[in-house]
Design a protein around this ligand. Structure first.
Ligand SMILES: NC(=O)c1ccc[n+]([C@@H]2O[C@H](COP(=O)([O-])OP(=O)(O)OC[C@H]3O[C@@H](n4cnc5c(N)ncnc54)[C@H](OP(=O)(O)O)[C@@H]3O)[C@@H](O)[C@H]2O)c1
Ligand SMILES: [Zn+2]
Length: 368
């Protein structure tokens, strides 16, 4: 789509940048922005800040008051027509007397999926769909996956040498990538609702999995560890540090004593029926996280967990930080453990969507 000339307003673009200001705090709701114009002038605008608070359209309509009559509304997502915590926005738009509504995309929520647009049209409002659709879709990609599948959007984060190793043959792994890349990885945590690692990583590295500085406890990403035998030490930093909650996912029939010791330090221990290998069933765990309204999970390794994720074909995006160092060594590990595939046609195929420099390192993004 052509860019609007500098002197011409591009209300959808403005609505999108307003939406992004929510900075992922709306979860499990999508980020949405709205701009209301009348006579070439912005008479109201806003964005959804967080779940339970007013929707973007309503904020814009309230600012405009009576001037909304006959106005034109740009909104990055189809207005809702279901009575949630805040009531259907379509009724507010209709009652305000808005003449025309521009919607970047239809709501992927099966409970809406065009029904909001139908309400507007039935009330005689002209509806235009699709302006800056791709940008709008990108903004709500976590929500779209979750609302359609019930599973959180899964991002796999890797940090490797240029020859694809995550540690030396002797196990030295800190640090392969630069401070800049690690800071960028931190920023990634900020955008996700949960961070997930395997018990091996917690036992070996005792990471803090520290979350968002300066953000209240309720908005800290949940820390999740898969630990079938409750090998975790209750003193582990990820269980204790910061305000974030920790979930230890394990299998049914696990040792009660170990369980209580972890619960005593505030961890939530959740049992699932073991998978064929006696381990935490990953798809079920993700379904459980989805049912708890977590719409995005960042997996930070290690190789055993990532190998199992590959075997299950789970994952929506890979973000790989690549340092320009060569570790070498036939036995130095790569990011994905397990058995891998036997033959190349079975390889898990992705496509690159972005390449960027982060300090001295490369950040490569791939999607399915
Ligand atoms: N360079 C990097 O980016 C990076 C990132 C992370 C980790 N690492 C390194 O990786 C090493 C640890 O890796 P790791 O492979 O031993 O540990 P891991 O992948 O972090 O944890 C694996 C363990 O998780 C448990 N688990 C439970 N359910 C599972 C399931 N469904 N699938 C897979 N695992 C499941 C298993 O232990 P139970 O059977 O007891 O449950 C398994 O042994 C450390 O040395 C760390 O430094 C490097
Ligand atoms: Zn709404």
């Amino acid at each position: 789509m052509a860019e609007a000339a500098d002197n011409q307003p591009d209300p959808m673009r403005r609505a999108l940048s307003l939406a992004a200001r929510a900075d992922f705090a709306t979860s499990p709701n999508p980020m949405v922005g709205a701009v209301l114009m009348n006579g070439g002038e912005i008479i109201g605008e806003g964005f959804h800040h967080r779940a339970g608070e007013p929707h973007a359209e309503v904020i814009a309509l309230e600012q405009a008051g009576e001037r909304a009559r006959g106005a034109e509304l740009w909104v990055t997502l189809e207005p809702c027509c279901t009575t949630g915590r805040t009531g259907p926005c379509t009724q507010r738009v209709i009652a305000a007397g808005v003449a025309r509504v521009h919607v970047a995309m239809v709501d992927p929520n099966p409970a809406v999926d065009g029904a909001g647009l139908a309400d507007l049209r039935r009330a005689g409002i002209e509806v235009v769909v699709g302006e800056r659709r791709e940008e709008a879709a990108r903004l709500i990609e976590f929500y779209s996956v979750w609302v359609r599948t019930g599973l959180p959007f899964l991002t796999l984060k890797l940090a490797t040498s240029l020859d694809g190793k995550v540690a030396t043959a002797g196990g030295d792994s800190q640090w392969i990538t630069s401070a800049e890349a690690r800071a960028d990885g931190h920023r990634l945590r900020h955008t996700h609702d949960a961070i997930m690692v395997g018990a091996g990583t917690v036992i070996a590295d005792d990471p803090e999995l520290s979350a968002r500085p300066g953000v209240e406890a309720a908005r800290q990403p949940l820390r999740v560890v898969v630990d079938s035998h409750l090998r975790l030490d209750p003193g582990a930093r990820m269980l204790r540090s910061g305000d974030a909650k920790a979930v230890v996912a394990t299998v049914t029939g696990v040792d009660g004593e170990r369980r209580s010791r972890l619960e005593d330090v505030g961890a939530e221990v959740v049992e699932f029926p073991a998978d064929g290998a006696g381990r935490v069933p990953l798809r079920q765990l993700l379904g459980w996280l989805g049912s708890r309204k977590l719409i995005s999970v960042l997996v930070e390794g290690g190789p055993t967990l990532l190998g199992a994720i590959q075997a299950d074909g789970l994952g929506n995006r890979v973000i790989a930080y690549l340092a320009p160092i060569i570790i070498g060594g036939a036995s130095a590990p790569g990011p994905f453990g397990g058995d891998g595939v036997a033959r190349l046609p079975q390889a898990w195929r992705w496509h690159w969507t972005e390449a960027a420099m982060v300090g001295p390192d490369l950040r490569l993004t791939a999607e399915l």
